[in-house]
Write a protein that binds this ligand. Structure first.
Ligand SMILES: [Zn+2]
Ligand SMILES: [Zn+2]
Length: 387
């Protein structure tokens, strides 16, 4: 049984005065609840006084996101702003605020169209709104933020409200978002003996919570391409194959490498074989268990940590792993930064309850394992707390 997932998004735009719009947005779903307020100068569509509030959140980082909203101050909310919003707010603050911001920007542009029409009517124009928009289109494309003057006394405040209930699965707008979020570290039963939920269950859960894709990293297990293709089609959901291989220096997530490796292999040998296949190695949870009693107890400094031999043989480091402590993830993040290695995130979920707690946000949709591999090599992604 899949429990229902609901998301409601409401944006209200009102005229504060002749030059200014006030925007209030609410995003509320089964997991998160947040509000966004900002003002917009109608001429130039510049936003200012950006403020956010949480009603419900899941990680201690969520409230921290609010201060990064200030990065949107002065943004021009013209068409095409989505990408910039995702690259700033989406990356530093949180994707939920980015999502709400983009929806609000759309509502602002719709409102300005209405205002322009009202202005046109006031000037003696007699076109229907639809004809006005059709006629106006060419002109707007050339000059999308043409000045609009509003006299509030004469003009009722238009409100563009877009309630959008979204039942289950992925939100329809997620395709237009520039970030594409994949849980890069997932175990399933029976492929991983320690896992308890089947791949089918994990796919359904991934769709329910709004992930864009799953990458299977069952321990020393090779899924057949056919099997994965079938499930991909059946569930219409992006699935990718990788592998979590045990080496004498720790677990490695291996991408673009389809040899069946059993038992413990030497990292050096794995590195040679993966490199020959053109693959990519990410050190999984490199400090798992190291800091359970605190770094001081074992004398593990950041300098010593980054000097570990394994880091000379990997292409990336998993810096957000759902099965280790925050301190262990922090150390991994610091080491990745020190060594200029790309960082990934993954839940390491062995059942659906923790799927997607961490994931990796890519900058564009990925349709195949070849594309995933190329994206990993490009370094254009970042680990995210998702769920
Ligand atoms: Zn592992
Ligand atoms: Zn794992």
């Amino acid at each position: 049984m899949i429990s229902e997932f609901n998301r409601n998004k409401i944006i209200n735009v009102s005229c504060l005065d002749a030059e200014t719009l006030a925007v209030h947005g609410i995003l509320d779903d089964s997991i998160y609840s947040l509000e966004l307020d900002f003002k917009v100068r109608i001429e130039g569509l510049q936003c200012f006084a950006v403020e956010g509030r949480w009603r419900r959140w899941t990680t201690p980082q969520c409230p921290e996101a609010l201060k990064f909203l200030a990065q949107a101050e002065g943004f021009c909310l013209d068409k095409g702003i989505e990408d910039k919003i995702h690259k700033t707010i989406g990356r530093t603050a949180c994707r939920h605020f980015a999502n709400l911001f983009n929806e609000s920007a759309y509502a602002v542009r719709e409102t300005v169209k209405l205002l322009r029409w009202q202005q046109f009517q006031g000037g003696g124009g007699e076109l229907s709104l639809r004809d006005f928009l059709a006629q106006d289109k060419g002109q707007r494309d050339a000059d999308p933020v043409a000045a609009v003057a509003v006299t509030p006394a004469e003009t009722p405040a238009p409100a563009a409200a877009r309630p959008r209930p979204e039942s289950s699965s992925r939100s329809p707008e997620s395709n237009s978002e520039s970030s594409f979020v994949i849980d890069l570290h997932v175990h399933t039963a029976p492929a991983s003996p320690c896992a308890s939920d089947s791949l089918e269950t994990m796919i359904e859960e991934a769709k329910r919570i709004g992930l864009d894709g799953l990458c299977l990293t069952d321990h020393n297990y090779l899924w057949s391409a056919d099997e994965i293709r079938k499930l991909r089609d059946q569930y219409e959901f992006p699935l990718f194959r990788a592998n979590e291989i045990v080496t004498e220096q720790g677990d490695m997530l291996v991408f673009g490498f389809y040899e069946d490796v059993q038992g413990i292999i030497k990292l050096e040998e794995l590195k040679n074989r993966v490199a020959a296949a053109g693959g990519f190695i990410v050190a999984a949870h490199p400090f798992r268990g190291f800091l359970t009693f605190g770094a001081d107890d074992i004398g593990l400094t950041r300098e010593k940590a980054r000097a570990r031999e394994m880091f000379r043989r990997v292409d990336g480091i998993e810096t957000l792993n759902g099965k280790v402590t925050a301190t262990e993830n922090d150390l991994a993040r610091n080491v990745a930064a020190d060594l200029s290695l790309p960082a990934t995130g993954g839940s390491d979920a062995h059942d659906k309850s923790t799927l997607g707690c961490y994931a990796t946000a890519f900058t564009r949709p990925l349709k195949s394992e070849t594309e995933l591999l190329a994206a990993l090599k490009s370094g254009e992604y970042k680990p995210v707390a998702f769920r």
